[in-house]
Write a protein that binds this ligand. Structure first.
Ligand code: HSE
Length: 431
């Protein structure tokens, strides 16, 4: 009976949880896979650091790169993080040296996944990264294996626990973005640098990986719209609610006329839509395929428990040998598609302006919209702020290009504050 030797590179929160859960589940894994596992090495920066658990010191190596040359290592679990630096060096070297790699590193896969998957195929080893997208939801396996019979044209969802938690809690606690961000950090949801959560960069990597798997395409990791949530105020959440919407940070990838339309931005979605009720740190992914139709997957999107669950699933896939292609198809079969020009995107748009409460200010806004053929669907004016007033508008269907033009103009108008909040609206009830 073969024993698989596993080396863990990086012993932070996640690494420690993987160690604990693998150790606890050895018998279970043997029963389910028919193979034994053995954690043979752990690379740690600081072997003396207190971790609240006694670890056999003989497992420790100090340089992760030492792992790739060791004869008795079968699988390297990369948990160092970052798209470049040591994580990149380790994964490239591991695959070249015939080691299987399991990683949770979305930044690395989004940036170098095409190259890495070619290397994995060339060296007849696996490169798996279930934990890189949507934490504990087995979305990558579901798409690659469960939905193998489908042509997928649309995938979207809530792919960041931290930002979803922030948006949910702002509404629940009637609190500001800044206050809730602190809570998210104290709960350990946010990345070490929360900027990547807040700016949408974390979600961008995740949708780049998902769209490549769904469409069988080379990874699209640049030149698409990525907007975060830091400009969203409690007021926007409350106005949206008044009009029957929730604000969610969505990642969306579609095939439109044989072009990839991929984007990350906050969206107003109808509060009757199922994913509008995905709250807190939970993630959800909607995949639309033919012949299956619309499917939805929901679960914890961040945290050590869910992430370790996904990593262990990948480890067992390597052992059983049932998941050969990193992106669900041979890297040589991946296609390159053109990108949709986002200037041609059409949707309704939400705006919030803060303006001096003076005669004619509202008409400056409405006449500029009219001049640019942008028609107003809803308008609320909230004057109760001394000599200032908030104006909220939702437009009818408009073109992104026209919206950007009027935004620029409005930001230079007297009596209107420069910070104008614009959020795109997805208002169909069955998306
Ligand atoms: N910071 C990420 C999130 C963790 O909040 O979703 C999982 O990628």
């Amino acid at each position: 009976m073969k024993t698989f030797n596993i080396a863990i590179a990086g012993l932070g929160n996640i690494g420690l949880e993987v160690y604990k859960n693998l150790t606890k589940n050895k018998k279970n894994i043997l029963e389910k896979t028919g193979f034994k596992i053995n954690i043979s090495h752990i690379s740690v920066k600081n072997p003396r650091k207190k971790r609240g658990i006694s670890l056999p010191k003989k497992l420790f190596v100090t340089s992760p790169l030492d792992l790739v040359k060791l004869e008795n290592v079968d699988i390297i679990v990369e948990l160092i993080g970052g798209s470049d630096g040591m994580a990149k060096k380790l994964v490239f070297a591991a695959l070249k040296n015939g080691k299987h790699v399991v990683t949770a590193n979305k930044a690395l896969i989004a940036k170098h996944g095409d190259e890495l998957s070619i290397l994995a195929e060339k060296n007849s080893v696996n490169l798996l990264f279930e934990a890189s997208v949507a934490g504990g939801i087995p979305i990558i396996k579901s798409i690659k294996q469960g939905l193998i019979a489908n042509k997928i044209n649309h995938v979207y969802g809530i792919l960041n626990g931290t930002t979803n938690f922030i948006l949910t809690e702002m509404e629940k606690k009637q609190s500001s973005f800044k206050e809730i961000l602190k809570v998210a950090q104290s709960k350990g949801y946010a990345e070490s640098n929360p900027h990547s959560d807040i700016s949408g960069a974390d979600v961008a990597s995740k949708i780049s990986i998902l769209s490549s798997i769904c469409f069988g395409s080379k990874i699209v990791n640049s030149n698409f719209l990525v907007e975060g949530i830091s400009h969203i105020d409690l007021l926007d959440i409350l106005y949206a609610k008044k009009l029957g919407f929730k604000i969610k940070l969505l990642a969306i990838a579609e095939m439109v006329n044989n072009k990839i339309k991929q984007r990350v931005h906050p969206s107003l979605i109808p509060s009757t839509l199922d994913i509008s009720n995905i709250d807190g740190v939970t993630n959800a992914v909607v995949v639309d395929g033919v012949p299956i139709g619309r499917t939805i997957y929901e679960g914890a999107g961040a945290g050590k428990g869910p992430t370790s669950s996904a990593i262990i699933s990948d480890i067992t896939s390597v052992m059983v040998g049932n998941d050969d292609f990193s992106f669900g198809l041979s890297p040589s079969a991946k296609k390159t598609f053109k990108l949709f020009n986002f200037n041609d995107h059409k949707s309704k748009y939400y705006f919030r302006f803060l303006a001096h409460d003076k005669p004619g200010v509202l008409s400056v806004i409405t006449s500029l919209l009219a001049k640019n053929k942008i028609s107003i669907q809803n308008l609320i004016q909230d004057p109760d702020q001394g000599n200032l007033s908030s104006i909220m508008i939702i437009t009818h269907l408009s073109k992104e290009k026209d919206i950007q033009v009027i935004l620029k103009k409005l930001r230079n108008k007297k009596n209107i504050f420069k910070k104008i909040v614009m959020i795109r609206v997805r208002d169909e009830n069955k998306l």
